[in-house]
Design a protein around this ligand. Structure first.
Ligand code: FES
Ligand code: MG
Length: 574
């Protein structure tokens, strides 16, 4: 049932009237070889594409955009592709996180400033998913997401290799002398062998799955492998669907409510997903004017077990997860804790789109009574070292650190860490608590994924594979270990982490959700008085804008001027 007529379309303000500007828009469309009958009165669909030759996770999105266009044309729409900055996790320095808000801003302004009636958002590599959805939520015109899909399993001498996770594992083996140059070179050739994003449960698989759980994709879309022909068909079907969404005026604000975000949190936790999701979902929820806090993650975590047996928490990879039934099958098992009656982009309720989805391999997608881990993968910690919160992925760590006290060895920044971690004169034992600071949203800058601090070579050779590590950084979703992350406030702005010294005793107690340093308030205040803030990393340009406006982790690291409410008028012609 259409609620819109052609004259109601947003693009009508560009093409529809009799004035000089509209003449210009029409004549310039003729210039592109498009006849009047091909586009006038049709929904204009902006395909925001993060394809780039520097992004291996999105190489297929150039072709997929063509398939989306095929669907749009078939449904009676007019597709226009809008290239947007590609945040390529393997290449972009210092961190793609520095640029998530830039892509969010670009997405929003592309949709606003052009005659776009509906948007197809194309991404998947880590930060691209939250960025595209944040921009679309703020713009609030009909929008749907095409997840890039995971790459095929890695392969090395007949064993499967997982993105990230196996890099860390074999890098440790190489440094410990377990494998040599030849093996390492073969792993380089076998670990990433098709288009698509990381196929472990890293940030990419976590966030595309969250997008599906939010209701912002076609059913099942997030689990489809990039290289599978089903992926091309999903892209075309998405093109068809967005045209209907425009006629029905199905906007993100009708889909992305508080229930949707709580369901996304439950999904992420049942997947044993990336800790980065904590930051991204909070940022996305704020754009949707939905309330979501760190405490929601902890509360949901206590009632949702990890069901996806996918690395780094579990054993398998996204290819196995897809064949086992994919996200819909997992969600159907989880239905008791989900909000089934809310609306999705399909026009159907969430319950309808997951109904009856079957698990084909109960070892990959576990039943509730045989979970990979009895509670959700993420715990939120507080204490005198993290007054505003910290995060730990306690499902993917050595259980002996769940409650642990040890002396600190402190590194002031990443360079300091690199320079001294193997310094034999440091009193590091397996019980030491390694502390890294200067790596938060402002200090990093961009909160890089330094949170899985390397274990000193000499301990690796003794067989040590996990230690308690603390930082104000993030950690790759493919990483693992006893790493306390996102400590807030960050050290750069005078959070307590800034005042820790070598030898201070630090206690982690996951069951009590506590992270404390054994120092009195008076001693912390005394050290604060002696402390001078580090110099900002940028004096001009985007970096300076970033430093002036970036928020802390518990608020989602959005820019203050993007997160806040306020009027933005529709653009008018000159
Ligand atoms: Fe793109 Fe991992 S590098 S998803
Ligand atoms: Mg990553």
């Amino acid at each position: 049932m259409n609620v819109k007529k052609p004259a109601d379309l947003r693009s009508h303000a560009w093409y529809g009237d009799e004035g000089l500007r509209a003449f210009g828009h029409r004549s310039r469309t003729r210039q592109m070889g498009i006849g009047a009958e091909e586009h006038l009165g049709k929904p204009v669909i902006g395909i925001v594409n993060t394809w780039s030759e520097i992004n291996p996770c999105h190489t297929h999105l150039r072709q997929r955009a063509e398939e989306v266009k095929r669907g749009v044309w078939q449904a009676g729409g007019y597709p226009v592709e809008l290239p947007a900055i590609s945040l390529s996790e393997p290449f972009q320095k210092p961190s793609t996180m520095l640029y998530r808000n830039l892509l969010a801003m670009e997405t929003e302004e592309l949709l606003r400033s052009y005659p776009i009636d509906g948007a197809v958002l194309m991404g998947g590599c880590d930060k691209t998913t939250p960025a595209l959805l944040m921009g679309a939520a703020s713009m609030d015109i009909p929008a749907i997401f095409v997840p890039a899909g995971p790459m095929l399993r890695g392969n090395w001498r007949g064993t499967t290799l997982g993105s990230g996770s196996d890099v860390w594992k074999f890098w440790a083996d190489k440094r410990a002398g377990v494998i040599g140059e030849q093996e390492w070179a073969e792993i380089e050739e076998g670990i990433a062998r098709s288009p698509g994003h990381c196929m472990t449960m890293g940030t990419a698989s976590t966030m595309t799955s969250a997008a599906e759980a939010l209701g912002m994709t076609l059913p099942g879309a997030a689990s489809i492998l990039a290289a599978d022909s089903a992926h091309a068909r999903m892209a075309a079907a998405t093109g068809i669907r967005i045209v209907e969404m425009v006629w029905n005026d199905r906007k993100p604000s009708q889909i992305l409510d508080e229930r949707a975000y709580l369901d996304a949190v439950a999904t992420v936790l049942a997947l044993g997903g990336s800790t980065n999701a904590v930051i991204h979902l909070i940022a996305m929820a704020r754009r949707s004017k939905a309330k979501l806090t760190l405490d929601d993650f902890d509360a949901v975590s206590r009632k949702v077990p990890v069901l996806a047996n996918v690395r780094p928490t579990g054993a398998y990879l996204m290819e196995d997860f897809y064949y086992a039934g994919g996200l819909r099958a997992l969600l159907w098992q989880l239905r008791e804790v989900l909000h089934l009656d809310r609306l999705t982009a399909t026009g159907h309720t969430f319950g309808e789109v997951i109904e009856g989805a079957e698990v084909h391999d109960a070892d990959v997608i576990r039943p509730l009574d045989k979970p990979v881990w009895p509670e959700g993968g993420v715990a939120i910690l507080r204490g005198n070292l993290a007054p505003n919160g910290a995060v730990i992925k306690h499902a993917a760590m050595d259980a002996r650190f769940l409650q642990h006290t040890g002396p600190a060895v402190v590194f002031d920044n990443y360079k300091d860490l690199q320079a001294r971690i193997n310094d034999e004169s440091l009193p590091i034992t397996p019980d030491t608590v390694l502390v890294l600071r200067g790596t938060g949203p402002k200090g990093g800058p961009g909160m890089p994924e330094y949170g899985m601090l390397p274990i000193p070579d000499r301990l690796l050779k003794q067989g040590v594979r996990d230690m308690l590590r603390l930082s104000d950084a993030r950690m790759s979703g493919t990483s693992y270990g006893a790493c306390v992350l996102h400590i807030s406030p960050e050290s750069h702005i005078g959070g307590p982490l800034a005042f820790v010294r070598d030898g201070d005793r630090i206690t982690l107690d996951v069951a009590a959700r506590r992270l404390d340093v054994d120092l009195s308030d008076e001693e912390l205040e005394r050290r604060r008085a002696e402390w001078t803030a580090p110099a900002p990393a940028y004096g001009r340009g985007y970096g300076a804008l970033y430093l002036e406006h970036i928020g802390q982790a518990e608020d989602g690291c959005d820019f203050d001027f993007l997160a806040r409410e306020g009027v933005v008028a529709e653009p008018e012609s000159r």
